[in-house]
Design a protein around this ligand. Structure first.
Ligand code: F6R
Length: 613
């Protein structure tokens, strides 16, 4: 989704801004632009399309200066065009002197636009963001101080914003403000950066300050001032980024998605590191900030997330109910935040989010918090808004996930939910030996995922036919039901082949109407008490001439005989089957998209971090 990068310091801003935008490309965008201040002049360059197109424009029309702001836009108000790209210039006709970049949505933009147009401010775009530029320009006519002008107009904005402003009349100064859309300051030596994602500042400095809602920052090469717009000055709290930007390099892989699929053995090691206790046959989850007594009192768990995180939560439901015997409900964050879901004081609410910035997930967290509930986060991005606002939680430690299609974060979420189920189980009735079996299963998972990844050549062949399909079905039972849903989502989002995931038993209640020789039906069926029931469902598809792909345990003699393609995964304890069964599905989506020539790491219309509702 939209990205912001700003720089003020002794170096040429444009090169640093372009480098920063490249680091944010993974988030998804459809236009890019920048503005720099050189002496008393403002240079504005913007282009629909990729950052490389902006770079071409800058090669022809350079934008010099040591201070500037830049943006990648993911269209919301108005299509992707040069005019709608940010930055937006503010000022009366012929008097443009400042530029603004904005993430978020200004809900009262139409009213503000009408008011500004009546006063003669010219509008060049269809965006909601342009009103901010003109509001600041109008305030600057009386205050003559950029920081004061920004602070003056913020109360007029209804909605969400992370914004950055620079002005020809204030060389070297960038003003940033946050309400509901993340901003982070990079603190360098004699220079400062401002970005919507720490990934953009990481190559320049490890020292960062995360802005909170309501805070306004003013940055010059030498100075950083932070204030809350109502409460006054704030002492900046400097955090350190603990990952290296090189972690986000491709390392010889053609795409981030395949790199991240292949990283999953390490992902699970990192998610479980220091969290497994053989001595007590349990998990150690210190960050929950709830006493064992408070956790034992819990009578119900609510897991909230979106997309892949929601699928991981569904795996969590099966695991926690089975291992800890606690009732679990899984909620879509976008529904939960507005639904009057009954929560009592013995309900624990967990918010799952890879990015920690998803607007719906954040809204759900705030709603639970507003009602006085402790809110627990299962989040990957350290320092993200959800991580900071939650009362406690568990980090995934999966490292930066760049591919828009989430893969390794799913594995980390499932591993962490298994740890949580084990921990809650051992606080209650789960025996030492049953707990130890889960500890051992998790310890064996990385090696087994490594084994599972060897299926890739068979998947590649299966992808040939799936790539020609108009639709596909993914079916699984029990713990593999959410994995089937995840397989369908992965295929849909990166190959654009509409795929549907169902619990296998639901097939005969409707989806079976899709079965024909051109429709791949992907069955997940490792050894479990429900194995024979899945065999019957496969027979039903075969009887109708369907194309059958099965995922089952290596050494299974029955499934290959019933399948057009059999994709083996290693024999493993049931609790870690989701971590293994998802591997062929992620690989299938990847290879189908590759064969179809899709933009795998940046699928159309999608964004890595969905920071608008
Ligand atoms: C799918 C995908 C999305 C995200 C969803 C939630 O591959 O990546 O469905 O899972 O947008 O994002 P987070 O987990 O960052 O809250």
């Amino acid at each position: 989704m939209c990205g912001i990068v700003g720089y003020t310091g002794p170096r040429e801003a444009a090169a640093i801004l372009l480098g920063g935008l490249r680091r944010l490309e993974y988030r998804g965008y459809d236009s890019a632009g920048l503005a720099t201040v050189e002496g008393g002049r403002l240079h504005l360059r913007k282009r629909m399309g990729r950052v490389s197109e902006l770079e071409d424009l800058l090669a022809r029309r350079p934008a010099r200066g040591g201070c500037g702001i830049s943006h990648t836009r993911w269209a919301t108000h108005g299509p992707a065009t040069d005019a709608n790209a940010h930055p937006h210039a503010g000022g009366r006709a012929g008097m443009v002197g400042l530029a603004v970049v904005h993430n978020g949505v200004i809900e009262n933009h139409a009213r503000l636009r009408a008011e500004l147009m009546a006063e003669g401010f010219p509008f060049a775009s269809e965006t909601d963001s342009e009103v901010i530029a003109h509001l600041i320009a109008r305030a600057l006519e009386t205050t003559h101080d950029l920081l004061e002008a920004v602070v003056t107009i913020l109360p007029r904005l209804e909605g969400t914003y992370g914004l950055a402003v620079c002005s020809a009349s204030h060389p070297g100064l960038i003003v940033g403000a946050r309400m509901g859309s993340p901003l982070v300051i990079g603190v360098g030596d004699g220079e400062h950066l401002l970005a919507s994602d720490a990934a953009a500042v990481a190559p320049h400095t490890k020292r960062v300050v995360y802005l909170e809602d309501g805070e306004v920052a003013s940055l010059t090469p030498a100075g950083l001032d932070l204030a809350h717009r109502e409460r006054g000055p704030v002492a900046p709290r400097i955090d350190r980024i603990d990952w290296h930007p090189d972690q986000a390099e491709l390392g010889g892989n053609p795409h981030y998605m395949i790199k991240e699929i292949r990283e999953q053995p390490t992902t699970v090691v990192d998610a479980c590191r220091g969290r497994l206790s053989r001595r007590d046959a349990t998990a150690c989850l210190g960050g929950l900030n709830l006493s064992p007594r408070a956790l034992r009192r819990a009578r119900r768990i609510v897991l909230v997330g979106c997309g892949t995180s929601w699928h991981a939560a569904l795996v969590g439901e099966y695991l926690i109910e089975r291992i800890a015997h606690l009732p679990v409900e899984v909620e879509y964050a976008g529904e939960f935040r507005y639904r009057n879901a009954p929560l009592d004081d013995r309900t624990l609410v967990f918010i799952l989010s890879q990015s920690g910035e998803t607007a719906d997930a954040l809204g759900a967290l705030r709603e639970a918090k507003r009602r006085g509930h402790p809110t627990l986060a299962i989040v990957n991005t350290v320092g993200s808004t959800i991580a900071r606002e939650a009362t406690g939680g568990i980090y995934l430690h999966a490292g930066q996930e760049v591919g828009v299609a989430s893969t390794k974060a799913f594995a980390a979420q499932v591993a962490v939910l298994t740890l949580l189920a084990l921990y809650l189980g051992r606080l209650r009735h789960l025996s030492f030996s049953d707990g130890l079996a889960i500890v051992e299963a998790l310890e064996s998972a990385p090696g087994l995922i490594e084994e599972a990844l060897k299926v890739e050549p068979i998947v590649e062949r299966a992808a040939e036919q799936v790539a020609t399909a108009r639709t596909a079905l993914f079916l699984g039972r029990d713990l593999l039901h959410p994995v089937a849903l995840e397989g369908a989502l992965k295929l849909t989002e990166i190959s654009y082949i509409p795929a549907h995931g169902y619990p296998t038993a639901e097939m005969k209640h409707g989806p079976i109407a899709l079965v024909d020789p051109q429709t791949p039906c992907v069955f997940l069926s490792a050894r479990s008490p429900l194995y024979s029931k899945t065999l019957s469902s496969i027979e039903e598809v075969r009887a109708r001439g369907g194309h059958v792909i099965t995922i089952g345990t290596d050494g299974d003699r029955v499934l290959p005989a019933l399948s057009d393609t059999f994709l083996p995964i290693p024999d493993a304890p049931e609790v870690i089957l989701p971590l293994l069964a998802v591997i062929p599905l992620q690989l299938l989506a990847y290879h189908v998209a590759l064969k179809l020539g899709r933009d795998i790491d940046k699928p159309r219309n999608l964004a890595k971090s969905v920071t608008v509702e």
